[in-house]
Design a protein around this ligand. Sequence first.
Ligand code: 1DF
Ligand code: MN
Length: 346
Amino acid sequence: MIGRMQNKIRRIATEEAFSVPEVAAELQRLSRSPGNSIDLTLVRKIYDAANAPGYQSQFLAPLLDIEGERLRDMDANGVDLQLLSLTAPGVQLFDADTATELATVANDHLAAVIGRHPTRFAGLGSFAPHSPKRAVREMQRCVHQLGLNGFVVNSHTNNEYLDDPKYWPILEAAEALDRCLYIHPRGPSDLMAGPLRDYGMFAALWAYGMEVGTHAVRLILSGVFDRFPKLKICLGHMGEAVHFWLWRLDFMSARAQGGDVPRLQLKPSDYFRRNFVITTSGQESPLALEFSIKQLGIDNVMWAIDYPYQPSAPAVAFMDGVDVTDAQRHALYHGNAERVFHIKPL
Ligand code: 1DF
Ligand code: MN
């Protein structure tokens, strides 16, 4: 009975990566330039197999293949819909002109795929943060012309974070367009990167969470949510663990306010519950999920796979198997995603 019920649940996966040939080609070109940043190391592993030790070029084909094997994988695992986002580092390693152009190409490609498979795919639009004015125009086009479901940004841009006033037009646009901004990881910014380079810690193993967690706390403490109270930010990887810190963030920021901490209208935990949602991408721990639901409320947690970087079957088994009520499972699997990302309910 339970099994049969679960088979009928709509499964929407909310952090699913893709690429397009034009972006992949430029990343491959970039990967052959000198430098040893964490991002270049990551890019070489995926796009330049011949020159990268320990390469992961097995991901390149599934990133580019949206309508073939990916759909078969979704069918085989009962995944109804993937919310697609241009894979990290997106366009943010390129100069502003190239990045602006490539975001447009990727968004057009994404919208065309969704147009061919409107019940199977939805998508987050990309933009070039380093050209904020053009970014805002592209965000408007993404929603008004392409019908995309939100936005993705791969954390910092040239070591700058979105709390910097030069990026406020992007936050303002996301709020005005009523579309969630998903902050996905990339390699940590230069001054954070040093101790994160060793022992394989440089990316998904550890550094990604440090990078995006830091970004989220910067946004909260900077006061941007007093300026943009309806802005919604999505964090993957079980919230990058930020919500484990809420009590201490409240305590320590109250003590420091007026000093180094700007005066805030609300407590950090209030902003996190009001302005953030999280997904389970690549973090299939029932205990962490239980904590997240209790800490944030069931409305703020959504299911994700992190395809193709993580396999679909265990992600589905995880969410099918967790000890939650039917109503909660529906919220995690699709209800919250439909609301947050404007995906039409069935
Ligand atoms: C990996 C993981 C690569 C994630 C990613 O983009 C990525 C990985 C290059 O495991 O190599 O976005 N992730 O989201 O966890
Ligand atoms: Mn991911």
